[in-house]
Ligand binder design. Sequence first.
Ligand code: PLP
Length: 246
Amino acid sequence: MCQSAVKPNGTTDPQNEFGNVLENYKRIIYNVENAKAKYRSADDNVSIMAVTKTVAPEKINFAISQGITLLGENRVQEYLSKKDQYDKTAQVHMIGRLQTNKVKYIINEVAMIQSVDSIKLAKEINRLAVKNDRVMDVLLEINIGDEASKSGVAAEGLDELIYEAAQLENVRIKGLMAIPPVGCGEDMFDKMHSIFLRVKEMAVPGVSMETLSMGMSGDYELAIKHGSNLVRIGTALFGARNYLEG
Ligand SMILES: *Cc1c(COP(=O)(O)O)cnc(C)c1O
């Protein structure tokens, strides 16, 4: 049903301490603008998030110095070990699977949690947000491809989660997030966009559908075509990940 994935086009120049981050970033901006011009409106805002897993803090800070303002973190442990070295001008969002017992480590560190996929997790975020006297913005993650290996709430379970989580006073639902199966982009993005618009129409009190977070290195232009306004880019910005570092 799905074609094979487009190969992400981030490159690494061994002569350059920071790989080709600047060149890669310029190309991503160009492609995003191009996709907006082609499929959307030039006025539409599409945020580019730099996904930092396995990337050294110096390289992340270089990306920030070139204009990146949003970082995406996958792993709590890795983030905690690196965060003190980050340039604090960029906002940080948690985008990886989050266990309820780890929320306490990030409740005062991140501006948003994009990977909320159960009422249990939402309640723990709320409990700690109350305790820390803050409000946490969240996105609800949908397992749009119904993949056993992936996190996210099933599309059929979304409404129940929305109505329950909307009751939590210190959690604010700001939109939806998805990681569609590789190579399945177009159909899945379209499906996500429909769900996003449907939830927007539901107009649940306290729920604002502002952010549709989808699209990664290999498919962000297609995601933009289908309504994404936050693309999460790792490889195409920083080059191939070296898991030995991570
Ligand atoms: C790793 C990751 C990305 C970025 O993936 P690339 O293909 O390297 O751009 C985006 N979102 C999530 C949730 C990820 O874990």
